[in-house]
Ligand binder design. Structure first.
Ligand code: SDX
Length: 429
């Protein structure tokens, strides 16, 4: 968290002109537009920063989630993730992220009834999902589902109307698991299962997946709740930044979240949890771990589920998930891939290649083992990540749309292409 000690001023001298400039430092940052004052002539546009992949760029001021990557700290609205995972519920965390405070008993009861009541989706969505190939990846289906939601609720385009946008945000949280479950059932060649308004959110998810006769063990429901809580927000990650950038054009929030789903789909982001299971199966046995680690060190493979742009320490979520594995495996029996994962972690954490690069297990390293133990297939793991991340996406969208400093996102570039040249007729090429 930025401290007063980090504030002050920065003095720079442009050696091209000998001119010295002083910039205020606020929260450990200087305002990038201040650099435009550094010019070599009056008609000079002024300096910009070049920051591919935004490795060192602050895009917003946010009060939602705090990360300390060096010390492995994660807090939602100031509450440590360890306490929320131990004591809270997913919908309580969703309320906290959106509204900024823990709900009262009455608020939580009303919110829970509202969200569960919104879980059913328009029949046209089930019909659309039915038109996908049976082997369609569920993330592609969920991505399309949000485009369809934006057409079903055109009133969500009024992003300045509080009632309209809260409707859209709550619908997003409520309907993303239903769309995901319909995608899953379609892959299985099964009809969809309607959510039951008398059941809880996570119990409904498992029943929509495995059938209305399925009676999930309460320990499995709790494990799912913990996974959803742990995935709920993570400040300006790739998919959340995408929701903010797309939302900055003032498109409806369903469309902005749909863009976030697409970003999360990538194997370097939310797709990593699925890739971890593929990797563990390819390794096949703990005896093959040393050979795989050598492949990684020879740059022939990535150690999926390891490494993080911000965490240069153990991802606190991975610690919690690893513990949750024990509770789940008490019910389902130990996932045989756990032994390989634990050996992979042990080997990597004792190998200079990973230690020097500060590569530790991230949220995706163990989460798939629980999803698989719950009976969820690996191509649904990223959908589960999206279900968990939905409250974070919508809370961050709301904070962005209410932020008077935000405008349409439109970065600049350095042009490195051809100089002006005349068109050449095809006969002369
Ligand atoms: C998520 O941002 C978030 O908050 C994301 C997330 C969230 O909650 O939203 O936490 C969720 O996306 C977690 C990350 C899931 N992805 C993976 O597990 C995929 C594997 N991880 C890597 O692809 C990588 O670690 C990233 C993408 C996560 C981070 O990449 P960076 O910060 O761009 O780091 P980098 O690629 O520049 O790597 C630095 C060095 C390189 O070596 P050198 O060239 O310096 O010698 O570390 C190496 C990389 O080759 N490296 C890895 C590695 N991750 C980094 N080498 C092997 N295996 C890896 N996993």
């Amino acid at each position: 968290m930025a401290t007063e000690a980090q504030d002050g001023t920065l003095t720079v001298t442009d050696n091209r002109t000998g001119t010295t400039y002083e910039f205020p430092i606020t929260d450990g940052t200087i305002r990038a537009t201040e650099l435009r004052n550094i010019k070599v002539s009056d008609d000079d546009f002024g300096l910009m920063t070049y920051d591919p992949a935004f490795m060192n760029t602050v895009s917003c001021r946010s009060a939602i989630t705090y990360l300390d990557g060096d010390n492995g700290v994660l807090r939602y609205r100031g509450y440590p993730i360890e306490q929320l995972a131990a004591k809270s519920t997913f919908l309580e965390v969703a309320w906290l992220l959106i509204h900024g405070e823990l709900p009262t008993t009455a608020e939580l009861a009303s919110f829970t009834e509202d969200i569960v009541g919104r879980m059913p989706v328009d029949p046209s969505i089930a019909a659309s999902i039915g038109a996908f190939h049976q082997d369609a990846h569920p993330m592609g289906v969920v991505e399309a589902g949000f485009g369809q939601l934006s057409t079903l609720y055109p009133e969500a385009k009024d992003v300045d109307s509080d009632p309209e946008r809260m409707d859209a945000l709550y619908n997003t949280i409520a309907k993303i698991p239903t769309i995901g479950a319909l995608a899953f059932r379609h892959n299985q060649g099964l009809d969809g299962v309607a959510p039951d308004p008398v059941l809880g959110y996570s119990t409904n998810i498992l029943k929509m997946f495995f059938g209305s006769d399925y009676e999930p063990d309460p320990r499995l429901v709790r494990a799912l709740e913990i996974l959803l809580i742990l995935h709920a927000d993570h400040e300006q990650n790739c998919s959340t930044s995408t929701v903010r950038v797309v939302g900055s054009s003032r498109v409806d929030p369903y469309s902005a979240v749909g863009a976030g789903v697409a970003a999360l789909y990538g194997p370097l982001h939310g797709g990593a949890n699925e890739a971890v299971l593929v990797m563990l199966r390819e390794i096949g046995s703990k005896d093959n771990v040393p050979a795989f680690v050598e492949k990684v060190k020879n740059r022939e493979a990535l150690l999926m589920g390891f490494g993080h742009r911000v965490y240069k320490n153990y991802d606190p979520r991975a610690t919690i998930i690893k513990k949750a594995c024990d509770d789940v495996f008490e019910v389902t029996g130990v996932n045989p891939l756990l032994e390989i994962a634990v050996e992979l972690e042990r080997t990597a954490l004792n190998d200079e290649f990973f230690v020097r690069r500060k590569l530790y297990p991230n949220v995706d390293f163990y989460s798939g083992l629980i999803y698989e133990a719950l009976g969820i297939p690996s191509d649904m793991f990223t959908v589960m990540f999206a279900v968990g991340r939905a409250p974070g996406w919508v809370a961050q969208w709301l904070e962005m749309i209410n932020d008077n400093e935000q405008k349409i996102s439109r970065p600049r570039q350095v042009y490195v292409g051809a100089d002006e040249r005349d068109y050449v007729e095809i006969e002369s090429r």
